[in-house]
Design a protein around this ligand. Structure first.
Ligand code: AP5
Length: 244
């Protein structure tokens, strides 16, 4: 493919109405990593409920105080609190062409709420297929998830995600390739908290995966593949409006 064709395709992707995209998967499946890549491809925002909660914790807000205690134990934050956060974020103008929800919904209740919220706000079930909700599930086997979570390092400045145990290593150990900041380990990436998060995923989030599967809205992608392969499959699913 010529450079000119690639440039035209990239510009087109940044002008298309993409609609809502949900990225699902267990802790460590690569939701954050892929959300950033898909966001850059289409020029639409990544909305990570985990990141918004961590920002609130860092700023010492009331929400951050309530959420912090639960997150350090690997528990979910109550549906109502997270739903309000998502309502506020989706009302911002940068969501007009579409958005990627990373880590939301996470319970059947949140998924039901999202369906209603999108319908009310005209994002959903329109006759333009590209505006339909696209739900992508990243699947990765349990043992791989543990290795990924214990090796994860994040840049506190630009949010870039690295891994000391995989090919996603920083060029200089502990230092961000992009801005030279010292990388940090998330507080909930401790063995005991990881195991609680994985347990909660099976108990509270897997039923929600079945909710989307029953509605024939689930696209499964192998989250153990190379980053580029996963992004290409996700972009295709989004462009085809839920059909790989
Ligand atoms: P959140 O921040 O959403 O965490 P999570 O769902 O546990 O997911 P992670 O961020 O751990 O993993 P990820 O799938 O994004 O993987 P990543 O791309 O980093 O939530 C944190 C907490 O907030 C929750 O426990 C809960 O308390 C609360 N919360 C958030 N949302 C909520 C909600 N809706 N309701 C209630 N509570 C909520 O990748 C992991 C590692 O793997 C990285 O190091 C990366 O470099 C590496 N990697 C990624 N892809 C690949 C690949 N293909 N090959 C090799 N390595 C890879």
């Amino acid at each position: 493919m010529s450079t000119e064709t690639i440039t035209v395709q990239a510009t087109k992707a940044k002008e298309t109405v993409v609609g809502p995209v949900v990225l699902l998967g267990p802790p460590g499946a690569g939701k954050g990593t892929q959300a950033k890549r898909i966001s850059a491809h289409f020029g639409i925002p990544q909305i990570s409920t985990g990141d918004i909660l961590r920002d609130n914790i860092n700023q010492g807000t009331e929400l951050g105080k309530q959420a912090g205690v639960l997150m350090e134990r690997g528990e979910l934050v109550p549906d109502e609190l997270v739903q309000q956060m998502v309502t506020d974020r989706l009302a911002k103008p940068d969501c007009a062409r579409g958005f990627i929800l990373d880590g939301f919904p996470r319970t059947v209740k949140q998924a039901e709420w999202l369906d209603k919220h999108l319908a009310k706000n005209h994002f959903f079930e329109t006759d333009t297929s590209c505006k339909r909700l696209v739900v992508i599930q990243l699947t990765v086997e349990y043992t791989k998830l543990l290795g990924r979570l214990t090796g994860r390092r994040t840049c506190p400045v630009c949010g870039h995600i690295y891994n000391a145990n995989t090919s996603q290593r920083a060029k200089v150990e502990g230092i961000c390739d992009v801005d030279g900041a010292t990388l940090v380990t998330r507080k909930d990436d401790r063995d005991d908290v990881i195991s609680q998060r994985l347990k909660n995923y099976r108990r509270q989030t897997l039923p929600m995966v079945n909710y989307y599967a029953r509605k024939n809205r689930l696209v499964e992608i192998d989250g153990a593949a190379d980053l580029e392969v996963i992004t290409a499959a996700a972009v295709k699913a989004i462009e085809n409006g839920n059909r790989l």
